[in-house]
Design a protein around this ligand. Structure first.
Ligand SMILES: Cc1ncc(COP(=O)(O)O)c(C=O)c1O
Length: 378
């Protein structure tokens, strides 16, 4: 293979739906309406219907969706929010930006998602009324084990904010991610399974009061124009992104099925390699493979990456540093116990190329090269 393979092929995806996208963009240009408005209203309704939730509120990014969700729950100084240390930065920065303390609990070593048992131990030993919420992240496209978390949330009176940035269309026991907790937060960053052509995000909820609060907070805290009831932020989804997302929403199920087929091909090609673990899929869950992430022995990872890179095949590490080791959280965070599973995941995870246009023959080659790169090298 000589031509550089991408991790994800957004230009190829655009070519597939070019005429639909072009006419949606033209429609917005002709309308002269660029922020919120009819396109955003329509997208909100379509996404609410897809997820089976009462409310979907378009915002400027996934990071803002999380920030607004916590604002709407009145999280502030002195409060604590439990989350995972193995996620993108925005999962925890929203907590610290509101003056609250992120409490990092460990992950499940199989799914890489927040481990409810670690949360249970923390709450049992250290619960105070300051603990306001839990943010489980449905990492790589697989839902967190939610039922035990709902049990804990009910026992302790804590809210659940789902970070669904990587899990559009993922389900847990028949329930959609973003439709289970008190609030769901989506990112439409271009590389997401449902991605815009710029930044965008969405807050979802079944709670009428929370929905109204988020709608107000996203426009500087104003229910009525120029009358500001509280301090909000400017976080509006734009009409162009909404129109593009409406086109892509109609394709997302077909694309997700394609990703699931590609994941099965990877599973088949890689499962014979003794020292490697293919993604574990929880029973009764629909994994949408935002990432296809394998686990390899830490001493072999760099060698595998180099072998693939020399054949123009990219790989990525999500995430090379856990959140509890980020310098900017050092003075504010609380560790909710040993984070040994998260620390063990960091040096051993490896994400492989994953996009609708990926070819089976390329996956066979990737499997072969990974197998070879492990032979006799360690
Ligand atoms: C798990 C997770 N949470 C939050 C975000 C933030 O989303 P955005 O980039 O749209 O602000 C991302 C995006 O990368 C993410 O992967």
């Amino acid at each position: 293979m000589n031509q550089q393979m991408p991790m994800i092929d957004l230009a190829g995806e655009y070519r597939e739906i070019k005429s639909e996208i072009d006419s949606a963009v033209q429609r917005v240009l002709d309308s002269g309406h660029f922020i919120l408005g009819d396109e955003v209203d329509a997208l909100e309704q379509e996404i609410a219907a897809y997820l089976g939730v009462r409310h979907a509120i378009g915002v400027a990014s996934g990071s803002d969706a999380l920030f607004l969700a916590l604002m709407a729950l009145d999280v502030g100084p002195g409060d604590k929010v439990i989350t995972t240390p193995f996620s993108f930065f925005a999962t925890a920065s929203c907590i610290v930006r509101l003056g609250a303390v992120p409490v990092f609990c460990d992950i499940d070593h199989r799914t890489f998602d927040l481990d409810p048992e670690s949360v249970r131990k923390y709450l049992q030993a250290s619960y105070t009324p300051a603990v306001k919420a839990i943010i489980p992240v449905h990492l790589y496209g697989q839902c967190c084990d939610m039922d035990p978390l709902f049990g804990l949330a009910a026992t302790y009176g804590i809210k659940i904010v789902e970070d669904c940035a990587q899990s559009f269309g993922s389900t847990y026991k028949g329930r959609q991610s973003g439709g289970m907790g008190d609030i769901g937060c989506f990112s439409f960053f271009p590389t997401k399974n449902l991605g815009a052509y710029g930044d965008g995000g969405m807050v979802t909820t079944n709670d009428d009061g929370l929905a109204e609060h988020v709608r107000m907070l996203r426009v500087h805290g104003a229910r009525h124009k120029y009358h500001h009831e509280e301090l909000g932020i400017n976080s509006r989804l734009d009409a162009m992104q909404a129109a593009i997302l409406r086109v892509k929403l109609a394709h997302v199920d077909e694309w997700t099925e394609r990703r699931r087929v590609l994941a099965a091909v990877y599973d088949r090609e890689l499962s014979a390699i003794q020292w490697l673990q293919v993604p574990y899929v929880m029973p009764e869950c629909r994994h949408t493979y935002h990432q296809y992430t394998i686990r390899v022995p830490r001493e072999r990872r760099a060698m595998i990456q180099e072998t693939l890179a020399s054949s123009s095949i990219p790989t990525q590490v999500y995430y090379p540093e856990p959140l509890h080791q980020q310098p900017c959280f050092a003075s504010t965070q609380e560790l909710g116990g040993q984070l040994s599973n998260a620390e063990a995941a960091v040096p051993s995870v490896l994400s492989l190329p994953m996009y609708q246009g990926l070819k089976d023959c390329d996956q066979v080659e990737i499997g072969f090269l990974i197998g070879e790169s492990g032979n006799g090298t360690v």
